[in-house]
Write a protein that binds this ligand. Structure first.
Ligand code: HEM
Length: 416
């Protein structure tokens, strides 16, 4: 699932990190600073790696009660998938443990590795189609949106014919301001009804998919209720698709920008794909840096953090983008270096109990995409300057709306 971003304005807007990709201004790393969330709620923005990690791992910082009927204040303008009270992100600790235990075995690195050949074959099919249609192409429909959708649908057991509907619901589910509150609400309801029907169909006729195993999952007598199942499957579809699609599009732009020097490095050494993915996820934010304050938490009691006293009930935004640029952890943090092998895990997938369930799946899709594209389309290049590429706006993720590319047709026996 995407990061929990909220349109926010920092009271001490220090924007010393200027990211080349989107010309994004990211707050400088420093002590917690006050900021105002979209609907006016006050919060503390945390930017240093160790403090962001602490917010996400210390049980005195919680997601519970931030959204929904019992929430103290409005922190987001319109509800979306991240604000659903029944979402795995927002349920209480005991329910979260139970749901996570039931679902996570499908997402362990070892289990995800069994998907490698199949994911590689989907990528090859998409690249075959690109090559046979010939350049130019828009990589969003032809690749970056198609791959994560096919993968998550196959994993869960969603019929391929339904993918366009899921895509439309997915972007509404991730809306901050792109769609009206009513459009988001009705899309979420339709989406939930659709998943409810899918659960009923699979219960009547089990398949070889994650949905069937979630329906039958039992662990020490625990099971998922129907409401939890619907919410979880919806979270997985949205999380599995929107974020990976955005990371893929943004990563390709970062590689193909700047005289294609990173791309050429990858073409020369496709074995760098896994380290390149980690570095791209560290360096290239998924959001736009303005709408994004960080992953939201609320303190359950008084806490001292980075020299600041946070009274019980304080709202905190854990700035994972800033943490990824903390010079105390990543030397030369602004430099995109696809050979970098950091000893400290990147913060892109969060940390602690809510760390991204789909992180290994996302990494697999990104790594295989870069590896196969670099091998099969080494002459790939952008058709437009990065500054002229249209980006999605008003969503929790910010990525290319279209990604026009071209490549040289192969000569006799040469790769494209
Ligand atoms: C590049 C791709 C992705 C990024 C950057 C990403 C990022 C994140 C982050 C930062 C969180 C933690 C949110 C918080 O603590 O407040 C999260 C949670 C989550 N993600 Fe992802 N995600 C990605 C891909 C995926 C995929 C592919 C799936 C599903 C297959 C997925 C499913 C989830 C779920 C279900 C949660 C909630 C986990 C929980 O509450 O226990 N994500 N994601």
């Amino acid at each position: 699932m995407a990061r929990d971003c909220s349109r926010a304005s920092s009271d001490a807007a220090d924007t010393s990190h200027r990211l080349p990709l989107h010309r994004i201004a990211v707050p400088a790393v420093g002590p917690p600073r006050p900021l105002t969330l979209p609907a006016g709620a006050r919060a503390w923005q945390v930017t240093r790696y160790q403090e962001v990690r602490r917010v996400l791992t210390d049980p005195r910082f919680t997601r519970v009660g931030i959204f929904g009927a019992g929430a103290a204040e409005d922190v987001i303008e319109a509800p979306n998938v991240m604000t659903e009270e029944r979402s795995i992100l927002n349920v209480g600790t005991a329910d979260h443990h139970r749901i996570r235990r039931l679902v996570q075995r499908a997402f362990t690195p070892r289990h995800i590795a069994t998907w490698r050949p199949w994911v590689a074959s989907v990528i090859d099919d998409l690249v075959d189609a690109l090559i046979s249609a010939g350049p130019p192409a828009d990589l969003v429909p032809a690749f970056t949106a198609a791959l994560p959708m096919r993968v998550i649908c196959r994993l869960i057991g969603v019929p391929a014919a339904d993918q366009p509907r899921l895509q439309a619901w997915g972007s509404r589910a991730m809306s901050l301001s792109a769609f009206s509150a009513e459009e988001v609400r009705s899309a979420m309801t339709e989406f939930a009804d659709y998943v409810g029907d899918l659960v009923a169909a699979r219960r009547a006729q089990p398949g070889d998919d994650l949905l069937t195993s979630l329906i039958t999952a039992r662990d020490h007598g625990d099971a998922l209720t129907d409401g939890e199942l619907v919410s979880l499957v919806r979270d997985l579809i949205v999380g599995g698709h929107e974020t990976t699609m955005t990371a893929l599009g943004n990563s390709l732009i970062a590689l193909l920008d700047d005289d294609r020097r990173h791309w050429q490095q990858l073409v020369a050494r496709p074995d760098l794909a896994a380290t390149a993915v980690e570095e791209l996820l560290r360096r290239v934010p998924l959001g736009d840096g303005i709408t994004e304050a960080g992953l939201l938490r609320r303190t359950t009691e008084d806490v001292e953090l980075g020299g600041v006293h946070l009274p019980a009930g304080s709202m905190v935004a854990a700035g994972t983008v800033c943490a990824n640029l903390d010079p105390a952890v990543y030397p030369e943090p602004d430099e995109l270096d696809i050979t970098r092998r950091p000893t400290t895990p990147i913060m892109t997938f969060g940390a602690g109990p809510h760390n991204c369930l789909g992180a290994w799946l996302a990494r697999l899709e990104l790594e295989l995409s870069l590896r196969h594209l670099a091998r099969r389309l080494p002459s790939l290049r952008l058709e437009l300057a990065v500054d002229r590429l249209p980006f999605t706006t008003g969503l929790m993720t910010r990525g290319p709306a279209t990604l026009p590319v071209t490549w040289s047709r192969p000569g006799n026996g040469a790769t494209a």
